[in-house]
Design a protein around this ligand. Structure first.
Ligand code: NAD
Length: 315
């Protein structure tokens, strides 16, 4: 890595905990911070408990570091806008302002595929595609990416915004066959983001080397990220458990669509529930009607000819 004094936010979180362990031996100083207490401390690590929603903490956190791994945030998808605003928007703004004041060179920002969550699964998009956030969570991540662009254009502060797919220990469902990012690859991608000689503001899609993807990541090739894992090793297990649909769906009317972004189901029944008349409202790729097994994008493709067939599994 070309940066040796690094601030890690969200250090008590799922991914932050892994980054602490993996990166602390590779830098001279890792300042790990979170609003939650941090257990223990590693060699070269300084632990600071702080609330990023408090604008007075940013200078102290950033002082003396040359790079930031910004992984803190309000992660729940159904969160109030006020919480998202305080931490993920205002807090990130404070951090970037402090970064400029203290001469920080680069930020690695944990963005999310929820920035583009309103695309259909059939759309393969790259980082130039218009953002289509699917939640306030995704909206805050889109703000973060725009903030990063502004601070690169205006102040020369570099950022790699990683639109993380699903970073979990194993891929455990159908969707994750395309969106999974192993913990090992997550660390490799963060390291690549801190090692690439010049990144400007790069938007990368954070996934492992999965056999299929919703995203075209060629615009981030200069990072030199080389994923080593693949969700494909879980395919058989996932298909056995997840591909067999739990629900049998019947649409009695013709296609259940009533507009470009709103959908009212005319008749839709599962074995134990009746969704007839259910207004799905404006939902995106990441929303599920029932138990994670019926995808809106799939419903949109539903045709009369397929009536009474079992659904392919969603998430
Ligand atoms: N894990 C994934 O699959 C995934 C996918 C997409 C994006 N991301 C992003 O990656 C980052 C890390 O994800 P994670 O799974 O480790 O989430 P996490 O919820 O486990 O970690 C987030 C951390 O942010 C901290 N935090 C929240 N509010 C704070 C505040 N006011 N001040 C300081 N710290 C605060 C939390 O205490 C928590 O430890 C998040 O920004 C998340 O949005 C993760």
């Amino acid at each position: 890595m070309i940066f040796h004094r690094v601030l890690l936010t969200g250090a008590a979180g799922n991914l932050g905990s892994i980054l602490r362990r993996e990166l602390s031996p590779k830098v001279k100083l890792l300042r790990s911070t979170d609003i939650a207490p941090l257990s223990g401390s590693y060699e070269n690590e300084q632990c600071v408990v702080a609330d990023l929603g408090d604008p007075t903490v940013a200078d102290g956190l950033v002082s003396g570091v040359d790079a930031i791994i910004h992984f803190a945030g309000i992660v729940k998808k159904d969160v109030d806008f006020a919480d998202v605003n305080r931490v993920s928007i205002m807090g990130m703004h404070s951090l970037y302002d402090a970064a400029v004041r203290h001469g920080v060179k680069r930020v690695v920002f944990a963005s999310s595929i929820h920035v583009v969550g309103f695309y259909e699964q059939t759309d393969i998009i790259d980082a130039h595609a218009l953002v289509r956030p699917d939640t306030y969570y995704g909206l805050a991540k889109a703000f973060g990416e725009n903030l990063a662009q502004l601070y690169w254009d205006r102040h020369g502060l570099e950022t790699v915004s990683i639109r993380i797919g699903a970073s979990e220990a194993i891929a455990s469902n159908h969707r994750q066959l395309r969106s999974w990012l192993s913990f090992g690859d997550m660390v490799r991608l963060v390291e690549a983001s801190l090692t690439a000689p010049r990144v400007g503001h790069t938007i990368a899609f954070g996934t492992s080397r999965n056999g299929a993807s919703f995203w075209d990541d060629r615009l981030a090739r200069h990072l030199g990220y080389s994923p080593q894992d693949s969700a494909d090793v879980f395919r058989t297990e996932i298909l056995a458990k997840d591909h067999i649909p739990i629900l049998t769906i019947r649409l009695s009317a013709s296609r259940a669509a009533c507009g470009p972004s709103s959908l009212v189901v005319r008749r839709l029944q599962s074995a134990d529930r009746d969704f007839s008349g259910h207004d799905l409202g404006q939902r995106g790729q990441n929303d599920w009607l029932y138990g994670g097994h019926i995808k809106l994008s799939w419903l949109r493709q539903f045709s009369d000819a397929e009536r009474d067939r079992q659904s392919p599994a969603g998430k």
